[in-house]
Each structure stands twice: as structure tokens, then as C-alpha cells.
Design a protein around this ligand. Structure first.
Ligand SMILES: Nc1ncnc2c1ncn2[C@@H]1O[C@H](COP(=O)(O)OP(=O)(O)O)[C@@H](O)[C@H]1O
Ligand SMILES: [Mg+2]
Length: 384
């Protein structure tokens, strides 16, 4: 009984707000019409994004009310209104959420008033039939649940009109995946070209020189054994250099130390050779199953780049690295207490890091306010 009364009180509040919004919707319809007209006359295109933003706030308020009443969140999916005016107007008009909000507003325009009148009548009748409010609260009220039903109805309607269609999140996800796949393909292409360059300029050039030395040595062999021996020495040096180049290329593809020592060991080795005092913390990564090789390699390159940056740019003499096994993947955090101000447009390292991680559908967050500290957080989704 008490619960019914409490709920009815809430319902009345809910309906009161619905009525308030009905009044807002009256004003809004005027504003929308005004905006539409002045936009058509071009002069007023500037007010369109502002009107849409205001509309989003009103709709957002209603979403929260509905969520509060039903206990179920009403998702919202808006296209951000950013950039120059033309972009904002285009985004505001082409965003299906704008049209959903307007539809809700129009519906509210009609049934908000209906709800208000009906609930007023219900209350008036309730007051007359049951005597006074006290009477209502004393006796099991028949009409109170009716008010609650009305509030339910209002929440159901508004929730249905304001929620994005069920496929909307999937559409967003597909767009995201398409983009990250395009990124992966581009990153893969760039990687192939880099490897091809490295092999061409490094190992291949050395092997060509090596082959020439051997040719010369073969010719000199009969008539000048000393010169031949000297040429063979050169050739051996060339062969060793070619090997070193090849090792370098291999490290760039998949650092062998990862295979030998695992991610935590490899990161500790990076830390030891970084020139900084680095504290490496491992939260459940070592031992047990390992992350896929591509994920380990990406994490390794993230730490390598972040520590190189910390040593080169931050001015700090120490850093922290955190590797964490999470249900959804591998988390990597690199922190330095340096001067901050990392700027992705200032070099290629951070951008490369972002591409590498995006190719695996992961996320990079760089926080580096001027004055520091710099924190790089990376999340690489994977199944362990
Ligand atoms: N940890 C850091 N602390 C301070 N500044 C940084 C840090 N990391 C990067 N930066 C700044 O951001 C720029 C871009 O970094 P990055 O993309 O790694 O390029 P690079 O290291 O090749 O210069 C750097 O040139 C540097 O000025
Ligand atoms: Mg760098």
C-alpha cells in the first residue's frame, strides 16, 4: 500500500514533468519551424546546430527521466556536431537521431497534453470520490495505480521513440571495423614496403657486394693469393654485416626475444636498455596462456616507442610500465614523470603506435599535458 502510494507520487512527478515537456515541446515546435524557415532563407543556418543541440538536451533530459522510471537506460547515439558551420549543419540534418528527436517532440506535442489532461481529470475525480488527499492515502486508492499506468505509458512511448533502432549500434560497429580493417590493410602494406626497403637497402646490398668480392677473389686466386685472401676477409665481413642486417629486419617483424623470454621478459630487457630507471609491473601476464604473437609484438613496440620517447623527450629519469591481463585483452600503460607535451603531429613514433594498435582493433590513449606527466594507455583486445 505504502509502496503503491510512493509509486503513485513518483508517477505524478513523472507526469508533471511530461506535462512540463509538453509545454517545452510547444515552444520547441515554434523554434523548429522558425529555424527551418530561417535556414531555408540561408541567413539563419547558424541557429540550426544550436537548435539541434538544445533539442538533444531536452531529449536527453527525457531519456534520463524514462530511465529513472523504468530502470532501463535509453541509449542515445548522436553524431557529434563539430567543425565549421557547414559541417555542423550537414551533420545535424543528416543525423537520424535528429529526426527521431523531432518525431518524439511531435508526439509529445500531442500526447503530452492529453496525458496532462487525463491525469488531471483522474486526480480530480480521485479527490472528489475519495474525499480529500488524506482519504486517498488512508484507503486503498483505486486511482493511484491508474496514474502509475499513465506514467508507464508515457515512459514506454518516449523510450520507444527516443531509442535508436536496434541495429544502430551494429551499424556503428561495422563502420568502425571497416575502418580498422582498412587501417590494418594500409598498415600491412606500409609494413611490407618497410621490410622490402630494409631488405633491399640492407641485406641485399651487402650480399651483392659479397658476391662481387668472391668473384674478384676467385679471379685473383691463381696469380695473387695474398690479394685473394684479403678479398676473402672482406667478403667474410660483408657476410657478417648482411647477417646483422637480416637480424635487424627479423627483429622489426617479430622480435625474437619475445619468443625466447615472453612479453614480460622482453619488456624487462627493453627497460634495462632504455637508459631510464624503469619499474615493470606484471599483472597476470607472465605464466599461463600467452597472448597471440601479433598482440605481444604490438605491446612490445608500444613499450619500446614509449620508453624511447621518455628517454629522448621527457627529461624524466624514470618511468613505469604496467602490463595487465584483462578479460577483454592485454592492457599496457607507460608513464613518465617528465615535462609532457607529447604531440602526435611532431613525429612518426606515436602515429605509428596508433596505427599498429588500431590494426588489431585496439585503443591508444595519450595523455601528456604540458608540465607532465605523460601517460600512454593501450588496450589490445585478444582471447588468452
Ligand atoms: N614522453 C614524452 N615527453 C615529452 N614529450 C614527448 C614525449 N613523447 C613524445 N613527445 C613529443 O612529441 C613528439 C612526437 O613524438 P613521436 O611521435 O614519438 O616522434 P619522435 O619521437 O620521432 O620525435 C616528439 O617529438 C616530442 O616532442
Ligand atoms: Mg618517438
Amino acid at each position: 500500500m505504502r509502496e503503491t502510494v510512493r509509486r503513485a507520487g513518483l508517477a505524478t512527478g513523472q507526469l508533471g514533468v511530461a506535462a512540463g515537456l509538453a509545454i517545452v515541446s510547444y515552444l520547441f515546435v515554434g523554434l523548429v519551424l522558425f529555424t527551418a524557415v530561417v535556414t531555408l532563407l540561408v541567413v539563419g543556418a547558424g541557429v540550426l546546430p544550436e537548435t539541434v543541440l538544445l533539442l538533444r538536451r531536452v531529449a536527453g533530459f527525457k531519456r534520463r527521466r524514462v530511465a529513472g522510471w523504468t530502470g532501463r537506460a535509453v541509449p542515445e547515439a548522436y553524431v557529434p556536431l563539430e567543425g565549421p558551420l557547414k559541417e555542423r549543419v550537414r551533420a545535424a540534418v543528416s543525423d537520424p537521431a535528429t529526426w527521431r528527436d523531432l518525431r518524439w517532440l511531435a508526439a509529445h506535442f500531442v500526447y503530452g497534453w492529453l496525458l496532462l489532461y487525463v491525469s488531471l481529470i483522474v486526480w480530480a475525480v480521485g479527490a472528489v470520490v475519495d474525499g480529500v488527499w488524506a482519504g486517498l492515502l488512508r484507503r486503498p486508492p483505486v486511482l493511484l495505480p491508474l496514474v502509475a499506468r499513465l506514467a508507464d505509458l508515457d515512459a514506454a512511448w518516449s523510450g520507444a521513440l527516443l531509442a535508436p533502432p536496434p541495429g544502430a549500434e551494429l551499424v556503428d560497429r561495422v563502420a568502425e571495423l571497416t575502418e580498422s580493417r582498412a587501417g590494418a590493410v594500409a598498415a600491412h602494406g606500409a609494413e611490407l614496403r618497410r621490410i622490402e626497403r630494409d631488405l633491399h637497402d640492407g641485406a641485399q646490398a651487402r650480399l651483392v657486394a659479397l658476391s662481387m668480392r668472391i668473384g674478384l677473389a676467385k679471379r685473383a686466386y691463381g696469380r695473387d693469393p695474398d690479394a685473394a685472401a684479403k678479398l676473402m676477409d672482406d667478403a667474410q665481413d660483408q657476410a657478417e654485416e648482411a647477417l646483422a642486417e637480416l637480424r635487424h629486419v627479423v627483429r622489426g617483424i617479430h622480435p625474437p626475444i619475445l619468443t625466447d623470454r615472453g612479453l614480460v621478459g622482453a619488456v624487462r630487457a627493453l627497460a634495462a636498455s632504455s637508459g631510464l630507471a624503469v619499474d615493470v609491473r606484471d599483472d597476470g601476464v607472465e605464466g599461463g596462456s600467452r597472448a597471440p604473437a601479433a598482440v605481444e609484438a604490438a605491446a612490445y613496440f608500444v613499450v619500446a616507442e614509449a620508453l624511447t620517447n621518455a628517454a629522448k623527450h621527457s627529461g624524466a629519469d624514470r618511468a613505469d610500465v604496467e602490463l595487465a591481463r584483462r578479460a577483454t585483452g592485454l592492457g599496457v600503460v607507460v608513464r613518465d614523470a617528465g615535462r609532457g607535451g607529447a604531440d602526435e603531429r611532431g613525429g612518426s613514433g606515436l602515429i605509428g603506435m596508433r596505427r599498429r594498435v588500431a590494426a588489431l582493433d585496439g585503443k591508444v590513449e595519450v595523455s601528456s599535458p604540458v608540465g607532465g606527466p605523460t601517460v600512454i594507455e593501450v588496450e589490445l583486445p585478444c582471447v588468452w
